[in-house]
Design a binder for this molecule. Structure first.
Ligand code: CA
Length: 219
């Protein structure tokens, strides 16, 4: 899962990105509206966290432009404490959720996971595949009912495949959802991660679809 964070308060952006990474999210940070709009136009994210008061282009304008261009990316806006009119403007521009500053990082994480889960078409939090259960709301992965420890990259691959259970996820698409914008992965790194993941979850659960990508079995 990869998140776009558009926030011009450098300290808040840094603390938020750090906390999201600790929860295994990949995070790209933009410090102004123009850069944020550009990243949302050109990269693949599972959700965006969008501050409204931004230099160079307001958050509302960024959101309106994304929606006018047909981008379905789930967007959570950050609003001021007494910002009723900001919330209304945000929803009218196409926001999916909001959080009032200051916020608890745990609440941001829960709301982001819910947005990603719902936009992937899952009403329930738990997604089951053979012996593996992925809880899209807590982020926990279990094998035969026991917690499974995964690295951030392993978790991102597994969560992406589980959210699209039974569907082939193209190789480039998968890479876009697990690496941050400034990462420079070498060409076989995805195969290495999938290999390690297969050792942990069972070799048969992830199918390699030659020339395309990977699919987690539907059962
Ligand atoms: Ca701001």
């Amino acid at each position: 899962m990869r998140i776009l964070l558009v926030e011009d308060d450098a300290a808040l952006a840094e603390a938020t990105a750090k906390a999201l990474r600790a929860e295994h999210f990949a995070v790209d940070v933009a410090a102004n509206g123009e850069d944020g709009a550009h990243l949302g136009d050109t990269e693949s994210y599972d959700a965006a966290v969008l501050d409204l008061g931004l230099p160079r282009k307001s958050g509302i304008t960024v959101l309106e432009e994304w929606r006018a261009a047909g981008r379905a990316l789930p967007v959570l806006i950050l609003t001021a404490r007494d910002g009723w009119s900001e919330k209304v403007a945000g929803f009218r521009a196409g926001a999916d959720d909001y959080l009032t500053k200051p916020f608890r990082i745990e609440e941001l994480v829960m709301r982001l996971r819910a947005l990603v889960r719902r936009s992937a078409g899952h009403a329930a939090a738990r997604i089951v595949c053979g012996p593996i259960t992925f809880d899209a709301q807590t982020g926990q992965v279990e094998r035969d009912g026991l917690p499974l420890r995964l690295t951030a990259l392993e978790w991102r691959v597994l969560s992406t495949l589980m959210l699209r259970k039974g569907v082939v996820v193209e190789r480039l698409d998968l890479m876009e959802h697990i690496y941050e914008g400034d990462a420079d992965p070498d060409s076989n790194s995805l195969e290495v991660i999938v290999g390690r993941l297969r050792k942990k979850i069972g070799a048969d659960l992830i199918e390699t679809v030659r020339g395309r990508g990977y699919r987690i079995i539907a059962a």
